[in-house]
Design a protein around this ligand. Structure first.
Ligand SMILES: Nc1ncnc2c1ncn2[C@@H]1O[C@H](COP(=O)(O)OP(=O)(O)OP(=O)(O)O)[C@@H](O)[C@H]1O
Length: 359
């Protein structure tokens, strides 16, 4: 049994402009200790998916259907008390904006110690010593002294480290990180990502890392799901995704990874924007932006298929799946792109360039 099994999750928001289908029939699994990336542009449904796992979707949002099984138990059918005992304890979450997660009126150390006392039943001095240990582990210098500092006395990077310490304080099995480094300087970003990765390894915590940046995924994750318009368009082990992307949207995302030393005007981005989720285009929702789109793409919505066999990903064991008519044999042309992967000496992340007639 996987640690987390999300099956056919559908989440809508009932707005004045109409029903926003933010997450549409989404399925994925995360194994124990696995680092799973979720990537896509703004509005793809990444955060709504994460909030659903913690059952934190509020009006006008509603989880319409699906199952979210954590260690085999369906989170969606649990009582509010049961969910509360899992939240922040077995499943922890780190948000982009650390400041909102720290309470300004308590010292950083007290907040973490309090979480430990509450969830783990530690005594006062035990919780304090454990907190100091944890602060040191996440890279806060002079942790004993900083224990009594208030959040405003910490820099942005330090605050984010404190949030990581808080999230890990109860030894969660799953850590959801939603854009954990977006608000930070790039040099601090790399360090924090390393920190998250090595701590997750030490605590054997699985990670669901949400980002719009494939470079961040390459640094940290084992497997990745690319989302577009509330649906997964590609799922693969990270290496396969980088060296052999199968969905044109993924290819477009890869060509937008900035490379150190490369001027911004040479970067390609995918023309167009995410469609309006109230009125999705017919057929494949990516077709208006896809350089390979044909008439069939405007008519038929592609299923997520195993790219090797063309069989539905829901029916077969698949390592690499994509939702594109190219894999069901419904396209007359080819997906004509080549991906060049350059190993960047300054980072572990491969970066890619797209060449080909259609780019
Ligand atoms: N409270 C809300 N009310 C109405 N619509 C919402 C609400 N929250 C999210 N949505 C809609 O759900 C869709 C998915 O949003 P979500 O925040 O999950 O995207 P995302 O991929 O996480 O993007 P970002 O990277 O900007 O956070 C968007 O179209 C958004 O407008």
């Amino acid at each position: 049994m996987a640690l987390l099994e999300v099956e056919d999750l559908t989440v809508n928001f009932y707005t004045q402009d109409g029903t926003v289908n933010a997450v549409d029939n989404l399925s994925y699994t995360i194994e124990r200790g696995e680092k799973f990336g979720v990537v896509g542009e703004s509005g793809a449904g990444k955060s709504v998916t994460a909030l659903s796992l913690m059952r934190l979707i509020e009006r006008p949002g509603h989880i319409e259907s699906g199952e979210i099984r954590f260690k085999g138990q369906d989170i969606l059918s649990m009582s509010e008390d049961e969910v509360r005992s899992i939240r922040g304890n077995e499943i922890a979450m780190i948000f982009q904006d650390a400041q909102t997660a720290l309470n300004p009126v308590y010292t950083v150390g007290e907040q973490i110690a309090e979480a430990m006392r509450h969830h783990l039943g530690y005594g006062k001095s035990e919780a304090k010593e454990e907190t100091i240990d944890l602060l040191a582990k996440v890279g806060i210098p002079e942790a004993r002294k900083r224990y009594s500092d208030y959040p405003h006395e910490f820099s942005g990077g330090m605050q984010q480290r404190a949030i990581i310490a808080m999230a890990l304080s109860c030894g969660p099995d799953l850590l959801i990180c939603d854009e954990p480094t977006t608000a930070l300087d790039v040099t601090i970003e790399a360090k924090i990502l390393e920190e998250i990765e090595s701590l997750a390894e030490e605590f054997d915590t699985a990670i669901q890392l949400i980002t719009h940046d494939l470079g961040v995924i390459a640094e940290v994750c084992d497997r990745v799901m690319v989302m577009y318009g509330g649906k997964p368009v590609e799922k693969a082990p990270v290496e396969d995704l980088f060296y052999d992307p199968k969905h044109p949207y993924t290819v477009g995302l890869m060509s937008s990874i900035p490379r150190i030393g490369e001027s911004a005007d040479r970067l390609q981005t995918i023309p167009g924007t995410m469609p309006d989720l109230v009125e999705l285009p017919p057929g494949c929702s990516f077709h208006p932006r896809c350089p390979f789109a044909e008439e069939a793409c405007t008519l038929r919505e592609p299923d997520l298929l195993d790219t090797a066999s063309g069989k539905p990903a829901s029916d077969v064991e698949t390592d690499h799946a994509a939702a594109c008519l190219a894999y069901s044999g419904d396209l007359t042309g080819e997906l004509d792109y080549t991906v060049r992967v350059d190993e960047d000496p300054k980072s572990n992340a491969p970066t890619s360039q797209i060449t080909g007639d259609n780019q």
